[in-house]
Write a protein that binds this ligand. Structure first.
Ligand code: AMP
Length: 285
């Protein structure tokens, strides 16, 4: 029997959202602060709690069959792992920036510059592809202060809101890569491990799809159903069921989470009452 090893972040920004996603997908596990690995109670999977940046390597080497990490770290590793699902959290971009006062306006202006970055491989590949000659200054952290310390002329760093750039007097010139957390898998998984990896990808996607939707239930007069159906088309059509009251029916449908806000008052105007909005744990369309 082959257990699938699943490497997930043990700390940092991706730790909490990754663990929450696995739990919502139905995996049962207890994490203690000291444990490196724990079995999942209800699936033949062993979780390995490791550093986010080590995960591409652990998966490529076969220590784990699958893992959750940042797409930026997969690119930086240059290792041949497959992206099985985009997970929608940990969104950021790898951006090239210069001091606000710098005359550099576009990519060609980076020629000959020293670029401080925690992503030297990605940076070198990006500029080499464009035929622009640069030198990287690899740094682990605090990349954004490098120009002020005259360690570098520009930076390539992860940015989410852009406020760190602004606070440090930097101006973004271009984006090298859009990143988010991803599920990765070894390219040569076979048999049970491969089937389990497929199942994990399906279940994680089902959770993400469920988070975008709400289950809406309501009662309505029978003759209001056409107007209500027009408002909430659902996947195929809403479910309409008789209830004890002769002239009333129950209508159930799935609605985009973002649309609940605008649709609810319209349903009420169309005659719906006792409207309930419920979260969806998992959804496979
Ligand atoms: P950690 O260093 O463990 O907190 O995780 C870093 C990973 O989180 C990065 O490799 C990215 O994939 C992701 N991330 C998302 N937003 C940011 C951000 N603003 N700065 C750094 N990393 C980010």
């Amino acid at each position: 029997m082959s257990t699938l090893r699943f490497a997930i972040p043990n700390k940092g920004r991706l730790e909490q959202p990754a663990a929450a996603l696995l739990r919502q997908s139905g995996m049962r596990f207890e994490k203690t602060t000291r444990s490196l690995s724990v079995p999942v109670g209800n699936v033949d999977i062993e979780l390995l709690f490791v550093r986010t940046e080590d995960i591409p390597e652990l998966v490529a080497d076969g220590v784990a069959g699958i893992g959750i990490t940042g797409l930026d770290l997969v690119e930086e590793s240059g290792l041949p792992v497959a992206v099985a699902a985009e997970l929608g959290f940990g969104r950021c971009r790898l951006a090239a920036a210069v001091p606000a006062v710098s005359p550099v306006k576009d990519l060609s202006g980076f020629a000959g510059l020293r670029i401080a970055t925690s992503h030297p491989q990605t940076t070198e590949r990006f500029f080499a592809d464009k035929g622009i000659d640069i030198t990287t200054v690899p740094l682990r952290g605090s990349v954004e202060v490098a120009p002020r310390l005259d360690v570098a002329d520009a930076i390539v760093d992860l940015v989410s809101s852009g406020s760190t750039l602004r606070v440090n007097g930097l101006r973004q010139v271009t984006t090298l890569l859009e990143s988010q957390a991803v599920l990765i898998r070894r390219t040569d998984l076979t048999g049970t491990e491969s089937a389990l990896a497929d199942q994990v990808a399906t279940m994680l996607r089902a959770v993400l799809a469920g988070r975008q939707k709400r289950y809406v239930l309501m009662n309505a007069p029978e003759d209001a159903v056409p107007a209500i159906t027009a408002l909430i088309p659902g996947f195929d059509a809403p479910t309409v069921m008789p209830i004890a009251d002769d002239h009333m029916v129950a209508v159930h449908s799935v609605v985009d989470a973002d649309e609940v806000w605008s649709v609810l008052p319209k349903l009420q105007d169309a005659g719906a009452s006792a409207i309930l909005v419920l979260p969806i744990e998992q959804l496979i369309p």
